[in-house]
Design a protein around this ligand. Structure first.
Ligand SMILES: [Zn+2]
Length: 550
């Protein structure tokens, strides 16, 4: 009877964050019993056992349930969630885009934005274009194009077309000339400070009053490289009194003699972001743009104005809630500095949330998709931290990661009278395949567990034997799990002292943790993700492991 109460109490605790509910447990026990029941006696017993279970650590509740009644472990089927429907979307006609700037490595935030755009195109059987916004020649680099391409592949995104905005620079030049001829843009030679001041006051500079023919000539001279960098810019004739300061004659083209990684010195006049973005979305017939609410209405107004002047189609814009990645640096510029100062090891340092770092730690492409749906569904701010990432990822890793014993900070114990035996343990609770561990009488157990062991109490070396601490020594008690089930205190993780391998795990704080694993851990292949029981999921790298999450 007690066994039944215990298993239902454990199950209930595991389901509800470590706290079992007396009534729920009693209900389960009653419905499992046939015939007459002494409810009063039962409920006293339930109350006692539930209190005991609730004093256990959640991981111990889980392990005890796993060892004693694995059939009660819940196997949840994840239900597929979907992004909310798009406005004005026709099946087969939707075209979205992924517009990375190849001047930095992409992080989780980019990944989610890429995925939201891609998943919508998929959902509506449309197209998704990957467009490198590489019109800042000094910043755009081949290295980043390659890295982003690799990241996109990892995320499972297969773009229908790969474009480089820089390929359209000639087209952008001719559109600019069209604007100048229509009196909508002018070449301005004023210095930055003067313009800053004038724009702030809402006043024009003299360049604004020039004739169209002069502007056309000066623009062509810009293209011919007759001016120095910074000597002049092309400004859009906006509204100098606009409340939105972005609309006060913004710069749309500037001169740069920096070499472009693809076009080398072919162009010296480059569009600024909003012009490039508006034109690219228009000429490639993008229908829907999904972006974070923080993009800002100010820029949207400018881009809409550019599209209107150039008679380019406008896109349906879907804004999803702002999301913040908590606890990690995401600014590309800051990360680059940290690498230069050797504060972190590189773009895939475990402390970062770049796609490279997350991939290295074993975050599955499906996890990114789940997170994208979560963000895409929300109009309120979403905070993403490791607990959210790992909650999704664990669901994916748990059914497929083989289990191994690993003891961090191991302490050696010798168990008097322990029989020599070979233990066979399933590689995974759902699989038949087994691994063998030879147990002698010496074991390594976690230092923490050893300190907590109480004199006289019964402990179980997981899947192996029951032991007791007596007079400061460790003695063999029995093999049967039933005995542990009745009076056991805790199940201990162990590695035989005679057959072990040294293992190093790179932790999320970039510290290296050393310990011993069972011998069969030698067979773990590079790239494989395993679960070191009670420690966490880890991904095998060349010679060591990297910690994924618990
Ligand atoms: Zn001027």
């Amino acid at each position: 009877m007690k066994d039944d109460i215990l298993k239902f109490a454990l199950q209930n605790a595991v389901q509800f964050k470590g706290k079992a509910n007396e009534k729920a447990v009693l209900g389960k026990v009653l419905s499992s019993l046939k015939g007459k029941k002494d409810i009063k006696k039962l409920s006293a017993e339930v109350s006692k056992i539930v209190a005991e279970v609730n004093r256990m650590k959640p991981e111990d509740q889980f392990e005890k349930l796993r060892e004693t009644s694995p059939e009660l472990l819940e196997k949840k089927k994840a239900e597929k969630r979907k992004l909310p429907p798009l406005k004005k979307a026709v099946k087969g006609k939707v075209i979205t885009r992924i517009p990375p700037e190849p001047s930095k490595y992409t992080h989780l935030g980019h990944a989610l934005s890429f995925l939201i755009n891609y998943m919508y195109a998929e959902e509506y059987e449309g197209k998704c274009l990957l467009r490198f916004e590489d019109t800042n020649p000094g910043a755009a680099k081949k290295e980043y194009v390659d890295a982003i391409t690799e990241d996109i592949e990892y995320l499972g995104i297969k773009p229908d077309k790969i474009l480089f905005a820089s390929d359209d620079v000639p087209k952008m030049h001719s559109l600019a000339e069209q604007l100048i001829k229509e009196g909508e843009a002018y070449v301005c030679f004023c210095d930055r400070e003067k313009m800053h001041d004038l724009r702030h006051k809402g006043l024009p500079c003299d360049c604004r009053e020039k004739e169209v023919a002069i502007n056309v000539e000066e623009w062509r001279n810009m293209l011919l490289g007759k001016y120095k960098e910074g000597e002049c810019v092309l400004r859009l004739r906006g509204d100098l009194e606009a409340e939105n300061q972005v609309m006060r004659d913004p710069v749309i083209f500037r001169i740069s003699y920096e070499e472009h990684f693809m076009h080398k010195k072919k162009f010296c006049v480059w569009p600024l972001y909003d012009f490039e973005n508006a034109v690219e979305d228009g000429i490639h017939k993008i229908t829907h743009i999904m972006r974070s609410i923080e993009f800002g209405e100010m820029r949207v107004e400018l881009q809409d104005c550019i599209k209107k002047l150039l008679k380019l189609p406008k896109q349906e814009v879907i804004q999803y809630g702002r999301f913040k990645v908590i606890g990690a640096e995401t600014q590309g510029r800051v990360i680059r500095e940290m690498i230069e100062k050797k504060e972190i090891s590189g773009w895939d340092d475990p402390r970062l949330v770049t796609i490279k770092a997350l991939k290295r730690r074993g975050i599955q492409p499906e996890t990114f998709k789940e997170l994208a749906v979560e963000v895409g569904l929300s109009t309120t701010p979403t905070n993403i931290d490791w607990s959210v990432i790992s909650a999704y990822n664990r669901k994916l890793l748990d059914p497929k990661s083989n289990r191994y014993f690993f003891i961090p900070e191991p302490k050696k114990i010798t168990v008097e009278g322990a029989p020599k035996r070979e233990v066979e343990i399933k590689l995974h609770p759902d699989k038949e395949e087994k691994r063998k561990i030879s147990a002698g009488s010496s074991f390594y157990i976690p230092a923490e567990d050893m300190q907590a062991m109480k004199e006289g109490s019964l402990y179980r070396l997981m899947d192996c034997m029951n032991i007791r601490k007596k007079g400061g020594k460790f003695v063999f008690d029995s093999l049967e799990v039933e005995k542990y089930r009745k009076e056991g205190k805790k199940i201990l993780q162990w590695v035989p002292a005679d057959e072990k391998v040294e293992v190093e795990v790179l932790m999320p704080d970039a510290k290296l943790l050393k310990g011993f694993a069972e011998k069969s851990a030698e067979k773990i292949k590079e790239g494989e993700i395993v679960q070191f029981v009670r420690f966490g999921f880890c991904r095998k790298e060349k010679d060591s492991f990297i910690y994924t999450h618990d």
